[in-house]
Design a protein around this ligand. Structure first.
Ligand SMILES: [Zn+2]
Ligand SMILES: [Zn+2]
Length: 554
């Protein structure tokens, strides 16, 4: 037997979001989840945050497969960027449940990455991936088609739980496959990497199916129009909202691009069942009296460009909120989003709406198991080693305490961090030496509406100013022919000679890299320059000025 088995988290530890784990054995790699994170308020002008996956770029040839536990953005969102970076001829197969793969397909289509092989697996299917055996185990969460990932090597089996709760009465009637988990425990599980999100909440999480009746109670008391906001991917929640609306004789309008998209995919795959004639298009909202309508909207996290946020700013093309409307937050803010949510709520009150949140009525159930469920998982799979996943340092610590409480030896529990690989062989387990990890920022992609882009640009300009970089490259080989020009305006820091010199150096380095990669097209070149420089300036100054690269060919 050889080894070691290396488990390298590139995201999701010490933070909530951008989950990505590299599992390595015999020089071969399986990547579990490729997630992203939404920016916090101080990351001005940034649309998305990805894990730094330089490690994968260097090892592209060794990747057997990418496996995705479920369709949430913090698990699937970085897929287009990762695939593009790996290079067209090195794109590995991507595995996951049917809904997860349908969501991946729609994402990849938007990014024009049509050739990627996506393999939908049913629960219990097993696949050989080089030195790994892969099995997906059905779990319950706040999106259908959610799986834990078991990877077996000669050393034993490891389990990455993905996000889960033990919902005994899920809306689709398919509880987690506890008997398979117990079997893994009986066979002897080598390593458990488990969700820590709610390690700080005592007891058991409430069942999703309990939310529906409470929504109906709340709706029954509303005289005017009702707007419900929840995660667009929470298809079972959308089902329960439409059921409650139907029961009270109200029509339903879906507002927000991702809401419409996910409900479509969910309907095609049979995860959501909406009676004929219940849905009305957003443009017909004004044709129905207030008491006959429920609007389901994106924006439960106060996202800047979401439908609800625009309604709250009186800036939504189809929905003008007014006195007498009730807005129901059927979600709680993800840590870091509280400020944006509070601001949205306050604006809604200003307009004259009534607002109901999960603090006022049980209109939300978390998709992540509480402390007792984390203990149940530990007791079912009886792992030799435990590495808590998916949580900030506090929750990882609390998860470790829960593992101790059910009898896992403290020295078998590894409180990891991004970039720190756990290495396991026959003799034992220990952390290896740190690999590169961190954040990559993405901006300007996936924003459809020109007005949104203008808004973003103005926000960036007012905050951190602008850098204009003029690079002159040779038409033949793309090499820089004269030193790049750097112009700046409104930057709230000292752009001295030294900094400008460094920026010129970064421009040259970026151009060299692009030339080496044979990137010639001006648009692509400007994109590369923009990304490299934005990262460079941010690393140096923790600022996000607008970066405007201009490439001139001579
Ligand atoms: Zn999730
Ligand atoms: Zn997650």
């Amino acid at each position: 037997m050889s080894g070691p088995l290396r488990v390298l988290p590139l995201g999701g530890l010490g933070e909530i979001g951008k989950n990505m784990t590299v599992v390595e054995y015999e020089g071969r790699i399986v990547v579990v989840d490729v997630g992203l994170r939404f920016p916090t308020a101080e990351m001005l002008g940034i649309d998305l945050v990805l894990p730094d996956f330089s490690y994968l770029r260097e090892r592209a040839e060794d990747i057997e497969a990418i496996v995705i536990t479920h369709g949430h953005e913090d698990h699937i969102g970085a897929l287009p960027w990762v695939l593009r970076e790996l290079g067209e001829d090195k794109i590995p197969a991507v595995y996951g449940g049917a809904l997860t793969m349908a969501m991946a397909r729609s994402k990849l289509d938007e990014h024009k990455l049509k050739a990627t092989p996506l393999e939908a697996l049913a629960d219990g299917d097993t696949v050989d991936l080089g030195p790994f055996g892969l099995e997906l185990i059905h779990m319950t969460h706040s999106i259908p088609d959610c799986s834990a990932v078991a990877l077996t090597t000669e050393l034993g089996t490891m389990l990455i739980t993905g996000d889960y709760k033990f919902d005994q009465t899920p809306v689709d009637g398919k509880p987690a496959d506890v008997s398979r988990l117990a079997e893994l425990g009986r066979e002897g599980l080598l390593l458990l990497c488990g969700d820590s999100t709610n390690a700080d909440r005592p007891g058991f999480s409430p069942s999703e199916s309990g939310v529906g009746p409470h929504l109906e109670d709340v709706f029954a008391r509303c005289e005017g129009r009702i707007v419900v906001t929840s995660f667009a991917s929470n298809i079972h929640r959308v089902q329960q909202v439409t059921d409650a609306a139907a029961a009270l004789g109200r029509k339903v309008a879906l507002v927000g691009r991702s809401m419409r998209k996910n409900v479509n995919i969910g309907r095609q795959l049979g995860h959501i069942d909406v009676p004929e004639g219940l849905l009305v298009p957003p443009r017909e909202i004004d044709d129905f009296p207030d008491h006959k309508l429920v609007i389901i909207s994106t924006g439960s996290q106060g996202e800047p460009l979401s439908a609800l946020r625009r309604m709250a700013h009186r800036d939504h093309p189809q929905v003008q909120l007014h006195d007498g409307d009730t807005v129901v937050f059927s979600a709680t803010p993800i840590p870091g989003n509280e400020r944006a949510v509070n601001e949205t709520v306050d604006r809604l009150y200003h307009i004259g709406c009534d607002v109901i949140t999960a603090a006022d009525a049980p209109v939300h159930a978390s998709g992540h198991g509480y402390a007792e469920e984390i203990k149940l998982m530990l007791n079912l799979v009886k792992p030799r080693y435990v590495m808590p996943f998916h949580g900030d340092h506090k929750r990882i610590h609390l998860h470790a305490k829960l593992a101790e409480a059910v009898g896992v030896a403290p020295e078998a529990i590894f409180k990891g961090e991004n970039g720190l690989p756990l290495e396991i062989d026959e003799r034992g387990a220990s952390f290896g030496s740190k690999e590169q990890s961190g954040m990559i920022f993405v901006d300007g992609v996936d924003i459809g509406d020109p007005a949104d882009v203008a808004l973003r640009d103005r926000r960036m300009l007012s905050g951190d100013g602008i850098f204009i970089v003029v690079a002159t490259v040779s038409e033949q080989d793309g090499e820089s022919v004269v030193p790049p020009e750097v112009i700046f305006r409104g930057v709230p820091f000292e752009a001295d000679g030294k900094l400008l010199k460094q920026i010129r150096g970064a421009v040259e380095a970026s151009l060299d890299r692009a030339a080496a990669d044979e990137i010639r097209e001006i648009d692509l070149l400007q994109q590369v320059l923009h990304d490299d420089l934005a990262k460079f300036v941010y690393d140096k100054l923790r600022r996000r000025p607008m970066v405007l690269p201009v490439v001139v060919e001579v």
